[in-house]
Design a protein around this ligand. Structure first.
Ligand SMILES: Nc1nc2c(ncn2[C@@H]2O[C@H](COP(=O)(O)OP(=O)(O)O)[C@@H](O)[C@H]2O)c(=O)[nH]1
Ligand SMILES: [Mg+2]
Length: 257
């Protein structure tokens, strides 16, 4: 869970996640020295949960400066698999992603051959917050269609940030060589997994708007997201880092459809 200035959101998220009936669940927060003290608040949370359960269920990776969502995820996911995690879930701290869907994502991963299970806004049954105006909804849909069309994938929510990864798919993606500093990390990593022949399944979710704090989406980050699909496509055509495999295809709209 990457955080930058999520002091008002993080404790509630951590409590809700760690209350799930998933015995092996551990939470790793990756904080980029948030000026609002999210890193220290996360440490307090981790201590509280350790006192309650007698086990270390939550830890914090502190990074020295704001380095982008993609870099934070690369560091956090690498640490999770190095620590022996069999599955790694990516999840925003701002309450946009539904905690109660986590067991279902894991269930689908366990029951199928999927390397990645996407909590998807854009398969049948997926919904967006009513707080999003028509313009924002259209922009998000368009961004997905843009990346998906350039890359020729059938993943409906390729830009989505609520994804469960099997450890071998994380290894295949080779996080150290991922280019994206920002939000295009979501597209780049899913595309790499597809190129390596992993199935990507989608499970519908309701995506809520954040109620506390501010979005960190910047113009630079948006520009990177515009350019990245082209970079990935050119690279794949040259047969470089996109990886081996016959090319991307996704296993339809997922188990719900
Ligand atoms: N560690 C870290 N987390 C970040 C950074 N940028 C965004 N985040 C976190 O990534 C998640 C998604 O960011 P958010 O601003 O909500 O993006 P939006 O929902 O697309 O507007 C949140 O938990 C943020 O706190 C960053 O540079 N570093
Ligand atoms: Mg958000």
């Amino acid at each position: 869970m990457p955080t930058y200035n999520e002091a008002g959101n993080l404790p509630g998220m951590a409590d809700a996640l760690l209350a799930l009936p998933l015995a092996g669940l551990r939470l790793l927060v990756v904080d980029d020295s948030s000026p609002d003290g999210t890193g220290e608040i996360a440490e307090d949370c981790a201590r509280r949960h350790q006192e309650m359960s007698g086990r270390r269920r939550m830890s914090v990776l502190h990074r020295t400066e704001k380095d982008g969502l993609g870099r934070a995820y690369a560091a956090g996911m690498a640490k999770a698999v190095e620590g022996g995690a069999r599955y790694v879930l990516q999840m925003d701290a701002d309450g946009s992603h539904p905690v109660e869907k986590v067991p279902e994502l894991l269930g689908v991963a366990l029951a199928t051959d999927a390397g990645v299970v996407v909590g998807s806004r854009y398969v049948q049954g997926g919904t967006l917050s009513d707080a999003w105006g028509a313009h924002r909804k259209l922009l998000s849909r368009w961004a997905n269609a843009y990346a998906g069309t350039i890359l020729g994938t059938r993943v409906r929510d390729i830009t989505g940030g609520f994804n469960l990864w099997r450890a071998d798919a994380v290894h295949a993606v080779d996080l150290r060589s991922v280019d994206s500093a920002g939000y295009s990390f979501q597209v780049e990593t899913k595309y790499r997994a597809l190129r390596h022949g992993f199935d990507v399944m989608e499970v519908p979710i309701h995506f809520e708007d954040r109620t506390v704090g501010e979005s960190k989406m910047s113009l630079m980050v948006q520009l990177e997201s515009v350019v990245m699909p082209w970079k990935l496509r050119v690279r794949a055509a040259r047969g470089s880092r996109g990886g081996p495999g016959p090319g991307p295809s996704a296993s339809g709209p997922g188990p719900s459809a």
